[in-house]
Design a protein around this ligand. Structure first.
Ligand code: HEC
Ligand code: HEC
Ligand code: HEC
Ligand code: HEC
Ligand code: HEC
Length: 483
């Protein structure tokens, strides 16, 4: 049988069996959703507004679903009709002639071929768009609004606000994509039935190793040398007296001395450091193993290990150290009141010319409020009232500054405190230094000792050279940039 004969037979079969209600309904559904989809895509491509996450679900997930269901109804209808005909004994051995010479028949076949082609293109595009959408920040951050609000808000205020959630939480490759969609489905149920934990637990149990995510963009071999850190704080006195600390952080990495400094010591081609933590939050780390430069395995144990009950020790988490053990809040960086106000003052959003503004702001932030709305109102009013009653002259002359400060302080509260998710000051501590939480001192506390007498260094010069500490006008800064 030649190709064209086969095609003719197939066409006859389709014509004969396709003539049933289910297949017709399928055709209508598919065509209808196809037109709607294309229309939405045109709208999406030409509009400047981001897609609303709920419309997004309809657009990128539901419509393609209908489209596929429609497509599947067509053969289903044909199959059912064939079965019925067979039962009735009415199935023709040769399907009724269709005359390829007739233009209408030829056009019909052409139409089916074209429609099939278009369907394949549409399906491809729809699945790419669906996947893209499910990985988008709107979908991850906004669809389950209350649940993700804290992480999404902190993310928007971070250096990674232009990086996709999926780039850190899923990373490249099909394996993790499928894994994440499976756990995503579980999460949808958790949200639907409100069984999720508040706050969402951190550390994340099965976060993909940072090697495979962070290192898509940053890689340890890239680091070398020191980093200058200049940090200004403001006092709680009337003049909000500033003081500045200047540190040379030995961030290190690959240098002529080999793997040195902060990045070089902990991270290497092999997983260099393993540790166990016993509190479920990676705050208490009683044992660390380290492969030193000669390849020897060193075991550092703190006195605390002896105090850990055996059952707790059996459940301890064992982990290979990676980026996230120091940079646990690279993007969901919640702030503490003191530092947040310092930062707002550095940026000029809270003016240093307002007497006692640092003290007032921090005190207002630390108070407890019945809700976010109440907090927003009372913080704004609190700042204004303070100047109205205590410094009426200042209030009169600098009302604009007072109002700006009120807004800035209120915003600090709103981006850090989420009572619905039980996120309060310090719920998710940042491990990067040792000021806000134990951080580096979880291991570098001088009490982690090896059998041969070695200690994980706790000397202040191990990690940084302190060039100035809380000085009014550090000389070193003038030396670096003389005017
Ligand atoms: C730069 C990388 C990065 C990006 C981008 C990112 N995350 Fe995260 N996320 C992390 C890390 C790291 C953690 C904490 C991991 C740990 O401590 O185990 C985390 C933790 C979380 C947690 C657990 C709760 C918590 O606060 O620790 C949630 C929920 C979360 N992220 C949601 C999101 C959402 C939603 C987005 C996008 C809007 C996003 N993440 C974007 C890196 C990222
Ligand atoms: C898709 C690329 C991408 C990924 C993935 C990524 N980052 Fe970044 N990261 C960036 C960019 C871009 C910047 C610089 C932003 C800037 O300069 O404002 C940055 C900045 C940083 C900084 C400096 C922040 C600062 O305050 O200046 C740190 C630390 C960092 N990333 C850590 C991480 C960690 C840890 C991960 C994995 C959990 C990660 N990044 C994943 C792109 C990425
Ligand atoms: C032992 C803790 C530790 C580990 C592990 C670690 N870092 Fe860092 N990293 C630091 C510290 C400390 C700084 C400086 C902090 C600062 O700028 O305040 C830093 C700075 C950075 C910066 C900013 C560099 C700059 O020049 O501003 C990036 C980007 C970064 N780290 C990425 C990573 C990535 C990616 C990994 C994993 C491959 C990683 N870090 C592992 C401690 C660590
Ligand atoms: C999980 C435990 C752990 C944590 C957390 C940790 N370190 Fe380390 N660190 C080690 C170990 C182990 C060594 C290697 C000790 C040795 O040389 O025998 C090390 C070595 C170093 C060195 C090299 C010291 C030298 O003599 O060359 C620096 C610098 C350093 N760490 C900085 C930091 C900083 C900064 C942080 C926090 C951002 C940090 N570490 C967090 C375990 C840790
Ligand atoms: C294991 C490494 C390590 C050791 C040991 C260490 N520091 Fe630090 N320190 C850091 C890192 C990392 C930062 C920067 C944190 C950040 O980026 O916020 C820091 C920041 C600081 C700051 C500035 C903090 C701020 O926000 O004002 C001071 C001051 C400081 N260290 C003092 C000390 C003193 C004093 C000692 C000795 C008792 C010491 N450090 C030991 C790693 C270390």
């Amino acid at each position: 049988m030649s190709g064209s004969d086969r095609l003719r037979d197939l066409a006859r079969l389709v014509f004969h069996l396709g003539n049933n209600k289910i297949s017709l309904a399928g055709t209508v559904l598919t065509t209808g959703s196809a037109f709607t989809l294309v229309w939405f895509w045109v709208m999406e491509a030409t509009s400047h507004r981001a897609v609303n996450p709920y419309v997004g679900i309809l657009l990128f997930l539901l419509l393609p679903g209908l489209f596929v269901i429609g497509l599947m109804l067509i053969p289903l209808g044909m199959w059912l009709r064939r079965r019925r005909l067979a039962k009735e004994g009415a199935l023709p051995t040769v399907y009724p002639q269709i005359d390829l010479g007739t233009p209408s028949v030829r056009n019909a076949i052409l139409l089916v071929i074209l429609a099939t082609g278009a369907n394949i293109v549409l399906m491809g595009n729809a699945s790419i768009k669906g996947v893209e959408y499910m990985d988008s920040n709107q979908f991850c951050g906004l669809t389950c609004h209350t649940v993700m609000a804290p992480e999404y808000t902190a993310f928007l205020n971070s250096p990674h606000s232009r990086v996709g959630c999926a780039q850190c939480h899923i990373g490249p490759g099909a394996g993790w994509f499928v894994k994440s969609k499976l756990s995503g489905t579980r999460q949808l149920f958790a949200v639907a039935f409100k069984t999720f934990s508040r706050p969402i637990p951190s550390p994340v149990d099965h976060l993909r190793p940072a090697r495979e995510t962070c290192e898509q963009c940053h890689w340890p071999q890239k680091f070398h040398g020191d980093k200058l850190l200049v940090r200004t704080k403001f006092g709680e006195d009337e003049a909000n007296t500033p003081s500045t600390t200047v540190l040379l952080l030995k961030i290190g990495g690959t240098t002529w001395q080999g793997k040195a400094g902060i990045h070089g010591r902990h991270l290497d081609n092999e997983e260099r450091i393993h540790y166990i933590s016993v509190d479920g939050r990676r705050q208490e780390i009683p044992k660390v193993t380290y492969r030193d430069d000669s390849g020897k395995l060193v075991e550092y144990v703190s006195d605390d290990l002896k105090k850990v009950p055996a059952d707790k020790l059996a459940k301890a988490e064992s982990r290979a150290m990676d980026c996230v053990d120091c940079h646990n809040r690279p993007t969901h960086a919640f702030e503490l009141p003191d530092r947040a106000v310092d930062k707002a003052m550095m940026e000029g959003r809270v003016s240093r010319d307002l007497p006692f503004v640092k003290k007032t702001a921090v005190a207002l932030l630390k108070k407890e409020y019945p809700s976010r709305e109440a907090a927003a109102a009372q913080i704004s009013a609190g700042i204004a009232d303070f100047y109205k009653t205590t410094y009426p002259e200042v209030f009169k002359q600098k009302q604009a500054l007072v109002e700006a400060a009120a807004v800035a302080v209120k915003e600090i509260y709103l981006r850090n405190i989420f009572p619905e998710m039980k996120i309060n000051w310090g719920t998710h501590p940042n491990q990067i230094g040792h000021e806000e939480s134990a951080g580096c001192f979880r291991c570098h506390d001088g009490s982690h000792k090896a059998a041969d007498g070695r200690v994980i260094e706790a000397d202040c010069t191990t990690c940084h050279t302190i060039l100035a500490q809380d000085e009014k006008d550090p000389k070193v800064l003038k030396d670096i940039s003389p005017k």
